[in-house]
Every structure is written in structure tokens, then in C-alpha cells.
Write a protein that binds this ligand. Structure first.
Ligand SMILES: [Cu+2]
Length: 73
């Protein structure tokens, strides 16, 4: 299991957080996902997911992933 913090631009309220978290949660391999517009980040716990898949999901929600930090858990 790994934890990834995604830097995201464009989130301005809790609705944005929900949209991003919902798209990320829908990816196979993702166990949990949450987003925080105040810090402009989303945190994903996953068994196996690529940065490209995460970036695509963020874009699908209408925002842009600009950075990734992976923390092994
Ligand atoms: Cu919003």
C-alpha cells in the first residue's frame, strides 16, 4: 500500500473536494481518497495506481494535477 499526495490547482470549495475525491476513489487499486481545497492537495491510499491514472482522474473531475509526492506506507 502506498500513499500519494497530489498537488491540484483549481479547487475552491468543498464541492471541488468531493468531485476530485469521487473520481480518484473510482480508480481500480485506490483504497481511499480525500481532497482539501485549502491546501490544494488530494491524498490517495492505493495498492497500485500510476501517477498518469491519478492525473487523468483529476482532469476528469475538472482540475489539474501539478505535482505528486509518494509516501510508502
Ligand atoms: Cu468548488
Amino acid at each position: 500500500m502506498s500513499k500519494t499526495v497530489i498537488e491540484i490547482t483549481g479547487m475552491t470549495c468543498s464541492h471541488c473536494e468531493q468531485s476530485v475525491a469521487k473520481e480518484l476513489s473510482g480508480l481500480s487499486g485506490v483504497v481511499s481518497a480525500s481532497a482539501d481545497h485549502a491546501t490544494g492537495t488530494a491524498t490517495v491510499e492505493a495498492t497500485a495506481v500510476s501517477e498518469q491514472e491519478l492525473a487523468d482522474a483529476v482532469e476528469e473531475a475538472g482540475y489539474k494535477a501539478v505535482g505528486f509526492q509518494t509516501l510508502d506506507a
